[in-house]
Design a protein around this ligand. Sequence first.
Ligand SMILES: [Mg+2]
Length: 176
Amino acid sequence: MLEKFRPSLFVDRASSLQADRMKSLGIRGLILDIDNTIAQSGRSRPEPWLQDWLAEIRQAGIQTSIVSNSGAKRSARFGELLGMPAFARAGKPSVRRLLEAAACMGTPPENTAVIGDQIFTDIWGANRAGMKSIRVKPVRPWREPVQVMFKRLLEWPLCLYFRSRGKTGGKGEDLY
Ligand SMILES: [Mg+2]
């Protein structure tokens, strides 16, 4: 019952995942969440470490896109800033925008990964879409809307549970 919420992989932050690791996992397209994955919640700029890492993975031929539950304007701004297609108001865990993004990148779901901070939106959505799901630690978890903080109360024990039962013993980057 809980397996649908289980991330394929836990990483500290998006840039912990190197291009060669992604390739070895068969990932050719990467869908990025915005809030608390590549930027602080509500901020209009990505985290400073993002650009170098993006340049590296693109150099390696990995396609990228954004799928966010936030509004059209905010998502489009990040898309423009980072030079990638952006899909807004995704309503994750709905799979609709995730599949659109994969189609746009030209990568089938099994070669596509979603990277995000929330179990009940990003991870569940990715798993439903047949994509790989990569869970990052929230960039800044204590600056979030109250409804997100409520979900954290539910996802923290789940993450602890999954990590305690990971094949590699839970050391920050586990492949299940
Ligand atoms: Mg998020």
